[in-house]
Write a protein that binds this ligand. Structure first.
Ligand code: HEC
Length: 105
C-alpha cells in the first residue's frame, strides 16, 4: 500500500467541497451587495453640506420665508453630499431619494 492510495481520494473529495463553500460565500456577498444597493436606491439620499446650511434654512423657515419641509426617511449615503451654495436647494434635495432624482433631472 502506497501513501498515495490514502491521500488522493481525500484530496479529490475535499477540493469540490471547498469550491462549493467558496461559491456560496460569493453568492451571499453578491446578494448582500445587491440588496444594499436596492435599499439605497429606494431610501438613500444626499446630505446637507454643512450644519450652517441647515441652520440657514431653519432661519428662513423661522422668518416665514420658506415652508417647513415635511420629515421623511432618507438614508444618507456616505460621500453623497449636495454641493450647491443655496441652502434652500440643499434642504429640498436632502429630502429626496435617489429613486426620485430622474423624475426631475
Ligand atoms: C422635485 C424635483 C427634483 C428632484 C426629485 C431632484 N432635483 Fe435636483 N434640482 C431640482 C431643481 C429645481 C434644481 C435647481 C435648478 C437647477 O439648477 O437645475 C436642482 C438642482 C440640482 C443640482 C445642481 C445644484 C447646483 O449647485 O446648482 C444637482 C447636482 C441636483 N439637483 C442633483 C439631484 C439629485 C442627486 C437628486 C436625487 C437625490 C435630485 N437632484 C432630485 C429639482 C429636483
Amino acid at each position: 500500500m502506497s501513501e498515495h492510495a490514502v491521500v488522493t481520494p481525500e484530496a479529490a473529495s475535499a477540493s469540490p467541497r471547498r469550491k462549493r463553500r467558496w461559491l456560496r460565500a460569493l453568492g451571499w456577498t453578491a446578494l448582500g451587495l445587491v440588496s444594499l444597493a436596492a435599499l439605497l436606491y429606494a431610501f438613500g439620499g444626499m446630505w446637507v453640506r454643512t450644519p450652517e446650511m441647515r441652520a440657514a434654512y431653519d432661519a428662513m423657515v423661522a422668518r416665514g420665508e420658506q415652508p417647513k419641509l415635511p420629515a421623511r426617511i432618507v438614508v444618507p449615503i456616505p460621500g453623497c453630499v449636495c454641493h450647491s451654495d443655496d441652502p434652500v436647494l440643499q434642504a429640498q434635495h436632502a429630502r429626496r431619494r435617489i429613486r426620485e432624482c430622474s423624475s426631475c433631472h
